[in-house]
Design a protein around this ligand. Sequence first.
Ligand code: DSN
Length: 418
Amino acid sequence: MQLQYLDKQDPQIAEAIRHELKRQQNVIELIPSENFVSLAVLEALGSVLTNKYSEGYPGNRYYGGTENVDVVENLAIERAKQLFGSEHVNVQPLSGAPANIAVYLALLNPGDTILGMDLSHGGHLTHGHPVTHMAKIFNFIRYKTELDTGLIDYENLRQMALEHKPKLILVGYSAYSREIDYEKIKNIADEVGALTMADIAHIAGLIAAGVMKNPVRLFDVVTTTTHKTLRGPRGGMIMCKAKHATLIDKSVFPGFQGGPHEHNIAAKAVAFGEALKPEFKEYTAQILKNTKALEATLKNHGFKICFGQSDNHLLLIDVTPKNITGKEAQNLLDTVNITCNKNMIPNDPRKPMDPSGIRVGTPAMTTRGFKEADFAEVGELIAAAIDNKDNPAGLEEVKKRALTLTAKYPLYPELNNL
Ligand code: DSN
């Protein structure tokens, strides 16, 4: 990897970067929120745009010399509008949590009630988990899924909305694998006079490509990160109806953030440009096929898939019937070059640092070129690793098979041996 300046000036950091490249090349990456950006995105991220301050918005900045960052930010906004069909876009949120917080602070007052999904049912920390600062400011109430169908319990959600009169109803999840009925949520919100917000961080790429339902035209506000299925740099974005534009923009800056990270916004623009191409639709369709292939193999091996099945890019698996915990499974899979994350399952009796489940997803390895047969093999490897958890020779065999798969689809070969 070409790190000519770092090699001379800071060899420790250069070495860590090289090791991370090797790690990414040699593992089957199944964390559903991770992906591999293009070299063009990496180039934009490492550009001189990182040097520039530009508080404000294109055409209306507090600093001089912003003519080039205005071009960059306008391109990011226009491409995002085209991708999602949004009336207004703010590309400045530094990531998903700041995007969500900026929306709450824009549209609500302290003490207002927000109805969001329970974390163990697939929700997200920033949707009002008691450990977050937002839970001290707003009154979060949590709805759940139906355990028998795996679907959101819309009738219960409606009853909760009627009882608690939320100002905002929040959908969008980080471990929930089913499609969302946005129309139903919108109807409930209209019945109680609530605003609607969807956090589509995980499925943004699938929505942009049209392989999952799009809430952007229906909902008041939609937030997302840009680095998951959307395959851009780490970052956030807010889309909203034109009537909320001023409040949202003022909330992001100057309300909550300072200078936008224009190198990152440039990388977002590059990724949005990639997502507008026909190949991206093929990529997202392949993500869905690959998830189904992985799901089928894991079901054949007796794994319990939470919510019944997956309609998107991820699977939440209760591993406890296999006499292993989520933490043990994550650590075991690490030893055979398969990376996933431990995860709470609905109504989990265990604790977050050693829960009952693992969460796996297909976006990253689909980027590398994996097809259904490869993901069927991944399912076999997960099952074989857990079956052989006390058999070092068996685990060694699984690791060899994992390395065969990663070698078949090289990652960033252009960066090797430079
Ligand atoms: N950390 C992200 C995820 O893994 O889902 C969400 O914030």
